[in-house]
Ligand binder design. Structure first.
Ligand SMILES: Cc1ncc(C[n+]2csc(CCOP(=O)(O)OP(=O)(O)O)c2C)c(N)n1
Ligand SMILES: [Mg+2]
Length: 331
């Protein structure tokens, strides 16, 4: 009985967290006057559940090599990414208000200026390849971290995504979980497959993946899917989450014409009224914590702080001609 109660409380807390993240996404994009609120609204329950039930992460130490990795391949959901890290305790929630300001590291799309984003994303179609590299590195370094990548359904039309899908199964990356936010809509039109989840599943399966179809707004289904993904051996898992773009705000739900548009002030107020939370619900959401990785992994390499950002930028002279196949020129 106590266990059932605990479980119910967790489910309520996750639902409240999803709404809280939605509120942040609406508020901050309206304040910034730009951004993609509907993109954030569809993925809020996925991100809330992943972070607060599954992800293992030492929040104050993004450079801890034992941390699970999260790649926001649909980088235009950056306001959602910042919101969840703020609620995870990475930085004060108040700082979210600086979204897209010239002096803020909370850029319109994530870059490593934001300490909890290891790579820049937003050019769609690249995140899964990056996640592959991280998952393969974990195998080579014999580290136990897992890698999660969140993709948009429009994004999955990119050819490079299918190269990454083939690569991941070839290398048996069972430490990799991709989640596709199947919200039916892309930028200016419905996607080719819209809500045909079965066809997505068959395609991923044909490429050697383990597909799981869920209702992407049902936190219990999401929790079960993340659990199941951890038990799959020898192949990567994809969670195909059926969602609604603009979820939670009646006048945005499943509507075309709202991609990449912040709400004007009056509509933002209407939206926030629909996304209202009681003080108790907010407190319940904020009782959730991201769990740190397990200790006790033997002989970790010593890693200098900022190791993954210690890159040398290319230098080009004005008028110099450089082949596109040779991207790095260091004087
Ligand atoms: C390579 C590339 N092409 C085009 C864009 C412009 N763009 C930004 S969001 C978007 C639509 C993405 O749709 P989807 O993946 O379904 O994401 P959603 O917003 O629905 O979650 C496009 C085409 C981009 N960011 N990157
Ligand atoms: Mg979409």
């Amino acid at each position: 009985m106590a266990e059932v109660m605990e479980r119910q409380k967790l489910v309520e807390a996750l639902k409240a967290m999803g709404q809280l993240l939605r509120r942040h996404a609406v508020e901050t994009t309206t304040l910034a006057g730009s951004g993609h609120p509907t993109t954030c609204l569809s993925a809020a329950d996925i991100v809330a559940t992943l972070f607060f039930t599954t992800l293992r992460y030492d929040v104050p130490n993004p450079d801890n090599p034992l941390n699970d990795r999260f790649v926001l391949s649909k980088g235009h959901a950056a306001p959602l990414l910042y919101a969840v890290w703020a609620e995870a305790g990475a930085f004060p929630v108040e700082h979210l208000k600086t979204l897209r300001r010239i002096d803020s590291e909370l850029e319109g799309h994530p870059t490593p200026r934001f300490k909890w984003a290891e790579v820049a994303t937003g050019s769609l179609g690249q995140g899964l390849s990056i996640a592959n590299g991280m998952a393969l590195a974990a195998k080579m370094d014999k580290l136990p971290y897992r890698v999660y990548a969140l993709l948009g359904d429009g994004e999955v039309a990119e050819g490079g995504v299918w190269e990454a899908i083939a690569f991941a199964s070839y290398y048996k990356l069972d430490n990799l979980t991709a989640i596709v936010d199947v919200n039916r809509l892309g930028q200016s039109a419905p996607t080719m497959l819209q809500h045909d989840l079965e066809t997505y599943a068959r395609r991923f399966e044909a490429f050697g993946w383990h597909p799981i179809i869920v209702d992407g707004h049902d936190v219990e289904q999401l929790m079960a899917a993340f659990e199941q993904a951890k038990t799959v051996k020898g192949k990567p898992t994809v969670i195909l989450a059926k969602t609604i773009k603009g979820k939670g705000v009646s006048f945005l739900e499943d509507k075309e014409g709202w991609h990449g548009r912040p709400l004007p002030k009056d509509l933002a107020e209407k939206a926030l009224a629909e996304l209202a939370l009681t003080e108790e619900q907010i407190a319940l959401a904020r009782s959730l914590k991201v769990r740190a990785p397990e200790d006790g992994v033997p002989s970790l390499p010593s890693v200098p702080e900022g190791w993954h950002r210690a890159i040398e930028f290319p230098r080009y002279e004005l008028g110099q001609q450089v082949a596109t196949g040779k991207p790095t020129v260091t004087g």
